[in-house]
Design a binder for this molecule. Structure first.
Ligand SMILES: [Zn+2]
Length: 159
């Protein structure tokens, strides 16, 4: 398979997989749309590899699709590892919004005050905000869990 893009369009019931890819820093748009004409169109218009469980759609897209298998997000991620290994562009972990895929930008503690729970705001020292949906991220307990998850995914990619 020729790698035609390092950007993805995650299709179907694979929202968890899209979040994992975003966590690693990959540009992973999500569409639950099962209109294959629309998915094919978006793949070409936005130059994205479609990650899908629909065998027919994957087949019709050729190099522009990767057939995802497995039950649950962990297995689904495992099934795209061979594809991710071939993508050379370095992904920048925690640089994208997990909810909407847009870029995160660093903000000051003061800017984060209104959108961060007080308990976390007092303790965290690093804040970022989504440039599109405005969701605020900070380094707290969930952040440590995410780093563990990223480490685990990177281990799989390196093998
Ligand atoms: Zn967002």
């Amino acid at each position: 398979m020729k790698i035609v893009s390092d950007r993805f369009l995650v299709n179907g019931m694979l929202g968890g997989l899209a979040r994992k890819l975003r966590m690693l820093g990959f540009d992973a748009e999500f569409s639950s749309d099962d209109d294959s004409v629309l998915i094919r169109y978006r793949s070409r218009a936005e130059n994205r590899i479609v990650l899908t469980k629909h065998a027919e759609l994957a087949k019709s897209l050729g190099d522009r699709a990767w057939l995802v298998s497995g039950a649950g997000t962990g297995e689904e991620f495992h099934s795209v590892v061979p594809l991710l290994r071939r993508i050379t562009g370095p992904a920048d972990p925690l640089s994208r919004c997990l909810d909407c895929n847009s870029r995160l930008e660093k903000i000051t503690r003061e800017d984060a005050r209104d959108t961060t729970p007080h308990y976390s705001w007092v303790r965290a020292d690093h804040f970022t905000r989504c440039t599109d949906c405005n969701k605020t991220y900070w380094k707290g307990t969930h952040h440590k869990r995410m780093l563990d998850e990223i480490r685990e995914m990177k281990k799989q990619l390196a093998r």
